[in-house]
Design a protein around this ligand. Structure first.
Ligand SMILES: Nc1ncnc2c1ncn2[C@@H]1O[C@H](COP(=O)(O)OP(=O)(O)OP(=O)(O)O)[C@@H](O)[C@H]1O
Length: 516
C-alpha cells in the first residue's frame, strides 16, 4: 500500500445538504488524518448517513468541497468515489448470493484486471489482499453459504480490490457475533497499518473507544465536536451527542414472574423449500418477565417471532395464550393474535413494521386501523389518527415531529420509534420484540429500554430477540440461546457473560469449554 502523501486522507469543508425543510447537513467541516480509524457518532437523524452518502456520491452536496489527499475532487456518483479511492461497506450487503466470492468481487470492477490478466490475475490479486489483511476468506465459497461476518469481509475485499484507500463502514457490527466483531476490528487494525483510512459510523461507544483514533460528533445536522479518542470517555461522548447527560445503564428491580402468559409446546416450522427452520421449540413467557433470545442472525429467531405472532403458520406443535390453544389445524393470524393482546415489534421495520410510502400518522395505526378509536362512519377518522400521532411523536421524541412526513424519509432510528410506540401504547399482555434498538441512538435506546422495563413492571410477558448481547444481558431475566432452529441453552441473566453467550451462539461451547 502506498504511503499517504498528505496529512489528511479526506477533508470536508462547508458541506451542506437540505431535503425540503430538513437541513440534513449544515456547514460540515471534517479532517480525517491518513491511516487512522475515525469514528462518526450522533443521534438518529443527526445527518451521518447523509454525509457519508455525499462522500460516496449517492447525493450531491448543495455546497462545500471534498478534498482527497489535499486535492479537491468532484464526486457525482459512486464511480467517481471509487476512482477517488473511496470504498463503502453498507449495513445491507450488496452481494449476489449465489455467486462465489471471486465472482462477486470482480463483478462490475472497473479497470479490467480480468481483461488484462484474466481470472488468474484477479484470483492472485485477491489472494494477496486476503492475506495482507488477514481476511480469512475462501474466494471460491458461494456467498449464500457464508455467515454474515464473512459476507461483510467479502464487501471489504471488494472495496480493496477496487483500490479503496478510504473505507467507510456504516454500523458494521449490528449483525455480528462478539467474536466476529473482534475479528472485524483486527482487520481494521491491519488496514490501518497498511495506510488505509477507515471511517466508522457506529452507535456503540464501546467500539468507538476500543478501535478509533479520533471521533467526530454530529448533532442536528452539524458537526459539534472532534475528540482524540484517548482523551475522551463514554459519558462525555454520550453527552455531546444528545446535548444532555445520558444514563448508560438499565435500572431494574429483581423480576417476580407470575402466571404463564404464553406457552410454546414442541413448535416446529418447515419452510416452503422444505427446510426445517424451527425444531421442537418449548418455551414459556410469564407475566412480569423478559425472556431474551440470543443467537447469530439466521438461526431461527426470526421464524420464531413470525410463528408466535401469527404471521407464519407453524408446521407442528401448539401455542397456548389467553385461554386459546393455537395449532396448525386451529391457527390464528396476526390480527387475531393482536386481538388476544399480543404486540409485535418486528425485526425488519422496513419490510414488516412500516409501509414506507405511508405518512407517519398512517403508519402509526398500521394493523390497528379497525380500532374504534380511528374508525369514522365510512372512512378512517383522520383527525383522531393525527392527534394521536402528534401526541406520540412528542412522548417518544420522534424527529422531525411531522405526522405528514413519509416514513421512508425518517432516519432509521426515528422509524423504529414510530413502530415501537405503536405496539407499546396498545398495552399488550404479551410483547414480542425483535431487534428493538438496531440502528437506534443512545438517547433513544435509553427511552426504549425504559419502556420495555415499564411493561415488565406492569406484569407483561416479553420475548426479546436481539443480536446485541449487551441489550439481551441488560434487559432479560432469563436468556435462551438459539442455534440452527433449536434452543441450545438457557441461562439466568445473572450468570450470563458475553464470552459464554458468544460461544453458545456459535454452538462451540462444549468444544472450547473442553479445551479451555
Ligand atoms: N431522502 C431524504 N428526503 C428527505 N429527508 C431526508 C432524506 N434522507 C435523510 N433525510 C432527513 O435528513 C436527516 C438526516 O438523516 P440521516 O439519515 O443522515 O441521519 P443519521 O444520522 O444517519 O441517522 P440514523 O443514525 O438514524 O441512521 C433526517 O432528519 C432525515 O429524516
Amino acid at each position: 500500500m502506498n504511503k499517504p502523501t498528505h496529512p489528511y486522507a479526506i477533508e470536508l469543508r462547508g458541506i451542506s445538504k437540505r431535503f425540503g425543510a430538513v437541513q440534513a447537513n449544515k456547514d460540515i467541516n471534517l479532517q480525517v488524518p491518513a491511516g487512522t480509524v475515525h469514528g462518526i457518532i450522533g443521534e438518529n437523524g443527526a445527518g451521518k448517513s447523509t454525509l457519508m452518502s455525499i462522500i460516496y456520491g449517492f447525493y450531491e452536496a448543495d455546497s462545500g468541497t471534498i478534498e482527497i489527499d489535499g486535492q479537491e475532487v468532484k464526486i457525482r456518483n459512486s464511480q467517481d468515489a471509487i476512482k477517488a479511492g473511496i470504498g463503502m461497506v453498507h449495513q445491507h450487503f450488496m452481494l449476489v448470493e449465489n455467486f462465489t466470492v471471486l465472482e462477486n468481487v470482480i463483478l462490475g470492477a472497473e479497470g479490467g484486471t480480468i481483461l488484462k490478466g484474466g481470472m488468474d490475475a484477479a484470483r492472485k490479486e485477491l489472494a494477496r489482499l486476503e492475506q495482507e489483511f488477514s481476511l480469512d476468506i475462501d474466494v471460491d465459497a458461494v456467498v449464500e453459504d457464508l455467515p454474515v461476518g464473512l459476507q461483510q469481509r467479502v464487501e471489504i475485499l471488494k472495496a480493496l480490490y477496487r483500490g479503496a484507500r478510504i473505507l467507510i463502514l456504516d454500523e458494521p457490527t449490528g449483525v455480528l457475533t462478539p467474536q466476529e466483531a473482534d475479528h472485524l476490528f483486527r482487520i481494521l487494525d491491519a488496514l490501518k497499518k497498511q495506510g488505509v483510512t477507515v471511517i466508522l459510523i457506529t452507535h456503540k461507544l464501546r467500539e468507538i473507544l476500543a478501535s478509533t483514533d479520533n471521533v467526530s460528533v454530529m448533532r442536528l445536522g452539524q458537526m459539534v465536536a472532534h475528540r482524540e479518542t484517548a482523551k475522551t470517555e463514554k459519558e462525555e461522548l454520550a453527552e455531546l451527542m444528545v446535548g444532555k447527560k445520558v444514563r448508560l445503564k438499565v435500572l431494574k428491580e429483581e423480576a417476580e414472574p407470575a402466571e404463564v402468559k404464553l406457552a410454546a409446546k414442541n413448535i416446529s416450522y418447515v419452510d416452503s423449500q422444505g427446510v426445517t427452520r424451527l425444531k421442537n421449540i418449548n418455551l414459556e413467557l410469564r407475566a412480569g418477565e423478559i425472556v431474551g433470545i440470543a443467537g447469530v442472525s439466521g438461526n431461527g429467531q426470526s421464524e420464531l417471532l413470525n410463528v408466535l405472532s401469527g404471521i407464519t403458520p407453524m408446521s407442528s406443535g401448539e401455542v397456548h395464550m389467553a385461554g386459546q390453544v393455537i395449532t396448525p389445524k386451529a391457527p390464528k393470524n396476526a390480527a387475531q393474535m393482536r386481538d388476544l393482546k399480543m404486540g409485535h415489534i418486528p425485526e425488519d421495520r422496513h419490510k414488516m413494521g412500516l409501509v414506507t410510502g405511508f405518512e407517519a400518522y398512517e403508519a402509526a395505526v398500521l394493523g390497528y386501523h379497525n380500532d374504534p378509536a380511528y374508525n369514522g362512519k365510512i372512512f378512517l377518522n383522520r383527525k383522531a389518527m393525527l392527534d394521536e400521532c402528534n401526541e406520540r411523536m412528542q412522548d417518544w421524541d420522534v424527529r422531525p415531529p411531522n405526522p405528514h412526513l413519509k416514513t421512508a424519509n425518517f432516519s432509521g432510528g426515528n422509524q423504529q420509534k414510530i413502530v415501537i410506540a405503536r405496539e407499546v401504547e396498545k398495552n399488550p399482555d404479551v410483547l414480542l420484540v425483535g431487534q428493538p434498538t438496531r440502528g437506534v441512538d443512545i438517547g433513544a435506546i435509553e427511552n426504549i429500554h425504559e419502556q420495555i422495563i415499564k411493561l415488565r413492571v406492569a406484569d407483561k410477558a416479553i420475548l426479546l430477540v436481539s443480536v446485541e448481547l449487551d441489550e439481551i444481558m441488560a434487559l432479560s431475566d432469563r436468556i435462551l440461546v438459539m442455534f440452527d432452529g433449536e434452543i441450545v441453552g438457557e441461562l439466568p441473566a445473572s450468570e450470563a457473560d458475553e464470552r459464554t453467550l458468544g460461544l453458545m451462539m456459535a454452538n462451540a461451547f462444549n468444544e472450547e469449554g473442553a479445551s479451555a
